[in-house]
Ligand binder design. Structure first.
Ligand code: ZN
Ligand code: ZN
Ligand code: ZN
Length: 491
């Protein structure tokens, strides 16, 4: 069971030529293959081997190509219970006896997907009581993550007027390419539904792509990262160029025939990312359409953003990281949020899963963005800039903040932000008052969503309320109820 195989290395620092070695699996379970001679004879790299339909239908466990610790290929030992492999640079590969099972470090730590790590000497070989020896330390952020090699199509659906260069889809393609150079394809389509010709042209083009996936040059690909790049109408949440509701646009961009094909083929499940202005999720009707489209089950998840003046260059690094987390490490797009407070300073992130409503992730920084609400750039009374003193966080426990109070050091004016109802702290541990802040999660089932827009015009809320309500007073408490009561004045 514990198989040793040779895989190509992919670090730039390695002396071996990149991705050109070819790989060999050992002929018999539990035996070390004669890598040197077999590797030399082999002409086509293992990557180019297309998974047969037979193999896919049997759901044979396919192990990773790259080491769970160093992300390089080389002589690797396959875990008997999960897809991970460990390379000979990271671990002394033991003598394998026939039938011996190898347990990778992750399966040792988390047997049966246990939540807490099991701390015990690493007896990774079923046939031996001697602990296995790991070398050195970690060279990546995660501890023993999956390092999968998906057969991935990055599908870019871009409004014709938007620039191709620097598009997030292209960045994702370049980002993942070094790990799966023979397993990744970039397919780009432009669309302009403003004219009948434009609509007909796109419909023909997406049909052609569907044919390629079904029976053409893309049949060997089994998972899809789809990016829709568009503008949205700020009032309606419609995609910019048309009066059509977004459901109709999504159905045109990803017709059912393509969607069903994606759903049937996808291992791992595919991912849809909507790169459009925030009203696509802040306007209830638009968001309901995104939920309904997600519920068709074509994609394992849909990711969207609520910033009205959406700036792709601020979220690009997150989008790339989320794709890597999903397709390479088997993690959800929210799993990497803690590394991305920069994106949280720009926008909340919405994650939709089929029949699971919407989850909104909000970055909270007690001084800059208490509970996701941007603090005013200047004191609303004395107009000083950066005059808010150290924020006061009122808490009921080390991990549970009740409200955040900011006071102007120049004039003493005070504003207070209560924790909105339904906010669950997403990042673990006590409240983080450093620049990293905390992420919160707000979950809704679509039928219980509030009717007003979410996450819009935040700065306006703070300043208008102050000016209308209590100009010149000190110690004003801004409360959620006041915000709702005053919403008419904002429209
Ligand atoms: Zn390694
Ligand atoms: Zn394992
Ligand atoms: Zn002031």
């Amino acid at each position: 069971m514990g198989r040793v195989k040779q895989t190509a290395r992919n670090s730039t620092g390695a002396p071996a030529p990149r991705m050109s070695l070819g790989t060999v699996s050992s002929p018999t379970d539990g035996e070390v293959a004669d890598i040197a001679t077999k590797g030399a004879k082999r002409t086509s790299p293992r990557f180019s081997k297309k998974p047969s339909a037979n193999k896919a239908s049997k759901k044979v466990k396919e192990n990773n190509e790259f080491c769970t610790n160093c992300r390089n290929g080389g002589k690797v030992l396959e875990c008997s219970t999960c897809p991970r492999v460990v390379c000979e640079k990271c671990m002394e590969i033991p003598q394998m006896t026939r039938g011996a099972k190898f347990i990778c470090p992750n399966c040792h730590l988390f047997p049966g997907d246990a939540k807490a790590p099991r701390i015990a000497p690493y007896l990774g070989l079923s046939s031996s009581n001697a602990p296995l020896v790991l070398h050195g330390g970690a060279s990546q952020r995660e501890t023993f993550p999956l390092c999968s090699n998906p057969h991935l199509v990055v599908l870019s659906l871009r409004l014709a007027s938007m620039p191709r260069a620097g598009s997030p889809a292209m960045l994702v393609y370049h980002h993942l390419y070094p790990y799966i150079p023979n397993n990744i394809a970039l397919v780009e389509l432009e669309y302009d539904f403003g004219t009948a010709e434009g609509l007909a042209k796109y419909t023909a083009a997406i049909e052609a792509v569907t044919d390629r996936i079904e029976k053409g040059d893309l049949t060997s690909f089994t998972t899809f990262a789809v990016y829709i790049m568009d503008h949205t109408d700020p009032e309606r949440g419609d995609l910019h160029f048309t009066l059509l509701p977004i459901m109709k646009v999504l159905n045109t961009l990803i017709p059912d025939r393509l969607g069903r094909l994606i759903k049937t083929k996808s291992t791992p499940k595919s991912m849809l990312t909507l790169l459009a202005c925030g009203s696509i999720v802040t306007v209830k009707e638009a968001r309901s359409d995104v939920v309904a489209f997600t519920n068709k089950g074509f994609f394992g998840c849909t990711v969207a953003f609520n910033q009205m003046d959406f700036q792709p260059c601020i979220v690009n690094m997150y989008v790339m990281d989320a794709a890597q987390a999903w397709f390479v490490q088997g993690k959800k797009p929210e799993a990497v949020l803690n590394e991305h407070h920069r994106v949280g300073a720009h926008t909340d992130i919405y994650v939709f899963e089929p029949n699971d409503g919407a989850k909104r992730y909000i970055w909270s920084h007690s001084g800059r963005r208490p509970f996701g609400e941007p603090a005013p750039l200047q004191c609303v009374i004395c107009k000083s800039i950066k005059s808010w003193g150290p924020p006061k966080v009122v808490r009921s426990s080390p991990a549970h903040a009740l409200c955040i109070i900011l006071m102007c050091t120049e004039c003493g004016h005070e504003v207070k932000k209560d924790r909105p109802s339904g906010f669950t702290k997403f990042t673990s541990g006590k409240i983080n008052t450093t620049e990293r802040g905390d992420w919160y999660m707000q979950m809704f089932l679509e039928n219980s969503l509030p009717t007003e827009s979410l996450g819009q015009c935040s700065t306006l809320f703070w300043s208008k309320l102050n000016l209308n309500g209590s100009h010149g007073k000190r110690g004003l408490h801004l409360r959620e109820t006041e915000i709702h009561d005053n919403k008419d004045q904002l429209s």
